[in-house]
Design a protein around this ligand. Structure first.
Ligand code: BYC
Length: 474
């Protein structure tokens, strides 16, 4: 294959001058495209989609809009501009120059972190592959495809690191990123949430609000890394991540808004009446929130983790927004964990702060999640409705960490297993709830039309009208 690299693969890594990397990518790119056709968005690959493409890292170039067929999207490789004389910002090597090459002693750990990050990107595209068939509007259809191609680009970003810095092992890992598949019984994706099916748009909005936000925090932690290329890659990925969370935040707000409109039209807050009118009742939205929030909390890893402590000590992975902390060595401070007492209650235990780094990131994440909930509640309050959305306790329905498999209610009170099982249908979507949501999912593809279960967006994309023909079918 011969290619003009800057046109085909926009990049700021001087790809045109790097023969070794070119050869690795030439080998990998057909496998990527074959994966995209097999497991990426089904059936819309011939449509023209109004997408933004990053063509450079400056303010103008990172968001170039135009109609593109998805398989022809230019998946580029971008790193944030280097910071002159950047120094290690935390851990035992604090203050030393950052690394332009991977130190041998950290090679396998860094590779693992990059592979774990990389694995989530194609996983999310696989999870969402059928949703194009039930998009509530052309605006939403365009948005999901934007998210999908950018997750594809994020995979490219991690594959670039593997190819450029990890030799043969890196090339093998890059291939395996296309061989594991979401939900596959034999070769599943690495982290739990990325094997959950996303078969309806309410789940998609929850995923982009809660799970992409884990992405934001993990990328912030990796953006602190002493391995400068990883840091710069993640910094640039964060600019794209913001749109994914926007899709989730506004998507959930629009479902709530439509529900409130229906309640006002019918002059009732009765959930059954809302469902009969073809909208989603607020208690059901809460159940979906409970599901995706609790699942996404697990993505931060164990609350007491020797892995996390050594990532921090060695300067591989910092805390989100590390510069905001005063103490970057964290050599002898302690963190108080709340743990199950084993007798149905809660006990506290002090652990070294370095071992609690997953928990520190998780706490920042929970605060960030709360901001959307507060905004949604303002909408509900303004409509004079009594219902309020809440984040369940981080102890609720956990599968990773000290609270894994401990039955609690949504406020975090430990309860008996039987009571937990009996109350689950109150807290999580039941099969009947999911069937109801599925019954609402019908594709709406006419310009100016929107499904009856969601309100239109406030604004269109890139200052265009909300009723613009964002996807042109052929
Ligand atoms: N499911 O010491 P521990 C995104 C494993 S999302 C299954 O507690 P540690 C995106 C763990 O690997 C961001 N396994 O935690 C969003 C370890 O395995 P080993 C993705 C899990 O090591 C939407 C063991 O349990 N980025 O970008 O500190 C769309 C004990 O681990 C889970 C990253 O995750 C789980 N939930 O791991 C698209 C960043 N949690 O060593 C994209 C890279 C933990 O015993 N990853 N385990 O075999 C990391 O920084 C870390 O590996 C973790 C925490 C955050 C996953």
């Amino acid at each position: 294959m011969t290619m003009n690299y800057q046109d085909r693969i926009p990049n700021n890594i001087e790809l045109g001058a790097n023969r070794t990397l070119q050869r690795a990518l030439e080998h990998w790119q057909p496998a990527f495209l074959s994966w995209w056709h097999g497991l990426g968005p089904s059936d819309f690959n011939a449509s023209d989609v109004y997408l933004r493409t990053a063509t450079s890292v400056d303010a103008k170039g990172w968001a170039t809009y135009g109609f593109v067929r998805m398989p022809e999207y230019r998946w580029g490789i971008f790193l944030a501009e280097p910071e002159p004389d950047r120094r290690i910002g935390f851990g035992d090597n604090f203050g030393q120059p950052v690394w332009q090459q991977v130190p041998g002693e950290h090679r396998s750990t860094l590779r693992r972190l990059i592979v774990t990050q990389g694995d989530t990107e194609p996983a999310s595209v696989e999870q969402q592959r059928l949703l194009g068939h039930t998009a509530p509007s052309l605006y939403d259809l365009r948005n999901i495809f934007q998210v999908n191609v950018e997750e594809g680009r994020h995979l490219w970003a991690m594959v670039y690191l593997l190819h450029a810095h990890f030799g043969r092992d890196g090339r093998e890992e890059a291939e395996e990123l296309l061989e594991r598949h979401s939900g596959d019984a034999d070769k599943p994706r690495i982290l739990g949430t990325f094997n959950e099916p996303i078969s309806d748009w309410l789940s998609f909005y929850m995923f982009t609000y809660f799970t992409d936000r884990d992405g934001k925090f993990q990328l912030k932690c990796l953006a602190e890394s002493s391995f400068d290329h990883l840091s710069r890659t993640c910094k640039f990925m964060l600019t794209e991540e913001a749109h994914h969370m926007f899709v989730g935040d506004t998507g959930i707000a629009r479902v709530i808004k439509r529900s409130l409109e229906v309640m006002a039209e019918l002059n009732t807050q009765d959930p059954e009446a809302v469902r009969k009118a073809g909208a989603v009742d607020l208690p059901l939205i809460q159940k979906y929130l409970n599901f995706w929030f609790s699942s996404s909390l697990d993505l931060f890893g164990g609350d007491s983790s020797s892995n996390a402590a050594s990532y921090f000590a060695n300067g591989l992975k910092g805390r989100p927004d590390e510069t905001r902390f005063e103490d970057h060595l964290v050599a002898d401070s302690l963190f108080t964990l709340e743990l199950p007492s084993g007798q149905g209650g809660i006990k506290t235990e002090q652990i070294p702060m370095r071992n609690a780094m997953n928990e520190v990131a998780r706490e920042a994440y929970v605060k960030d999640c709360q901001m959307g909930v507060t905004r949604w509640n303002k909408l509900i309050e303004r409509a004079n409705c009594d219902f309020r959305m809440t984040l369940p306790s981080p102890r609720f329905r956990r599968n990773v960490g000290s609270w894994a498999h401990i039955p609690t209610d949504t406020t975090g009170q430990v309860i008996g297993r039987e009571a937990f099982d009996a109350r689950l249908p109150e807290w999580l979507p039941t099969e009947a709830d999911r069937a109801f949501i599925r019954s609402l999912m019908k594709g709406v593809y006419e310009v100016g039309k929107i499904a009856g279960w969601i309100a239109p967006p406030d604004r269109g994309v890139n200052n265009l009208d909300i009723n613009y023909e964002y996807v042109k079918f052929h």
